[in-house]
Design a protein around this ligand. Structure first.
Ligand code: SF4
Ligand code: SF4
Length: 424
């Protein structure tokens, strides 16, 4: 009789643990699917219709923070949406510590899924010192990005590389950037393979966003507490923790490496681990939903306030009248380029030797595939830099064509004889 009761209790416990895992993986997979769909939309529909991965990455908001505070602007490729997402993630940290890592981050999910391939996980000998690498990487990225005004880490970021689905090498081949893309692929593949054998390897050692969250997570309002009197010291919590936190010998988890996945809480057979929020014990699934709710609330409030912007507005001329070259993207058509820069399309056709049969509605990135022209966004940036500034932007005769902005054909005086060479 005793045995049957024991077996029943064990079965009930196992079922509860399974349900807890299903809920967490359900949330993680939903975010992974959502992010994958959003990334694919960008590549299929174009950057003027669907947001880029950069615009949806909260780390971009952190990278641009110093530039935003000092100048009010953004590092190229970063839009208001990145900043809002980073504020949303920051709020989740203040309330729920690293719940974003444990319940939302798509790259964390990919690592966890790969980790399911084998149970033989290793904690490398360099484990603890190597955890500081992510802080060094975070500081280096912030300083260098602010100093150069360029997203220095972007080209090598495995998160971004993964969600570009082989772009630059397997499709939309970019011969000029082949070395950069190859390095980025090598890093990404290494991280993915390592995730099979070392759980959450990127999160533990290198993720700069995780490092930023870890710094502030000590102020988070939730915590996991352990009732040491009723703990039987089975150390199951230590075994199941994906990031190697020693749970079984503390009364309260204060380790900032904890990603708040709550697996230890749900797997504890004696139920002596509790999620505490303002003095209340809350179930793990509710904790997960709270984290999601804070992030979505931030997004929806910003949309409601009209602050959310995840797609560039297409205007490439800055307030001081210069052209924002870094914002020229491969998805822009020749017409969009002309409207955004206020440089007539004819200047691009003539200057870049584009045959007249090329449709001005062709995106820059398709010029090579559709017309065999080796012209990329970088070539256009270089070309614009060679144009005489005043003549390419401001009409010296003060004539503007309001119906077709950027198409005023009167102000390109290519041979400097004060006669307009494109006058109609
Ligand atoms: S540490 Fe970085 S990659 Fe890992 S879950 Fe957190 S944000 Fe995502
Ligand atoms: S200590 Fe618990 S909640 Fe924190 S990462 Fe480890 S298993 Fe997850």
């Amino acid at each position: 009789m005793l045995n049957i009761t024991f077996i029943n209790k064990n079965l009930a416990f196992d079922s509860l643990v399974k349900i807890a895992h299903i809920i967490r993986y359900g949330i993680l997979l939903a975010f992974l699917a959502l992010f994958t769909v959003f990334s694919l939309r960008h590549f299929v529909l174009g950057g003027d219709v669907a947001a880029s991965v950069d615009a949806l990455c909260p780390f971009g908001g952190i990278e641009t923070l110093l530039v935003f505070i000092t100048t009010g602007g953004f590092v190229p490729r970063i839009l208001m949406s990145s900043l809002i997402l980073s504020i949303g993630v920051f709020l989740t940290v203040l309330f729920f510590k690293r719940g974003f890592c444990g319940w939302i981050c798509p790259f964390g999910t990919i690592q966890e899924l790969l980790g399911l391939i084998t149970k033989k996980k290793k904690l490398p000998a360099f484990d603890r010192p190597a955890r500081y690498l992510k802080y060094i990487l975070l500081i280096a990225i912030l300083l260098l990005t602010t100093y150069t005004g360029y997203l220095v880490f972007r080209d090598y970021d495995p998160f971004l590389t993964f969600f570009h689905f082989g772009k630059g090498i397997f499709w939309d081949f970019e011969p000029d950037a082949i070395i950069t893309h190859t390095i980025a692929f090598a890093i990404t593949i290494t991280v993915l393979i390592a995730s099979v054998f070392i759980s959450r390897v990127w999160c533990k050692y290198l993720c700069p966003l995780g490092a930023g969250m870890a710094i502030f997570s000590r102020f988070g309002l939730t915590s996991i507490v352990r009732d040491s009197k009723n703990c039987n010291k089975c150390k199951r919590c230590d075994k199941v923790c994906p990031v190697g936190v020693k749970v079984s010998n503390v009364k309260k988890i204060k380790d900032t490496e904890c990603i708040d996945c709550k697996i230890c809480v749900d797997e504890c057979p004696k139920k002596v681990l509790k999620n505490q929020f303002f003095g209340y014990n809350i179930p793990s699934w509710l904790y997960g939903l709270f984290v999601v709710a804070v992030l979505f609330a931030t997004i929806f409030i910003s949309i409601d306030m009209g602050s959310w912007q995840s797609i560039p507005d297409g205007d490439l001329v800055t307030e001081d009248g210069t052209i924002d070259l870094a914002s020229i993207k491969g998805w822009m058509t020749l017409n969009q380029l002309s409207n955004g820069t206020q440089i007539p399309t004819t200047v691009f056709y003539e200057g870049l030797s584009i045959p007249l049969e090329v449709d001005p509605e062709t995106p820059i990135k398709d010029l090579s595939q559709k017309y065999g022209l080796s012209i990329h966004a970088e070539d256009i940036r270089t070309f614009i830099e060679t144009l005489p500034e005043e003549k390419s932007i401001t009409c010296p005769w003060g004539i503007e064509d309001d119906d077709a902005p950027g198409l005023c054909g009167l102000y390109v005086d290519s041979d400097n004889n004060n006669i307009c060479d494109f006058s109609e």
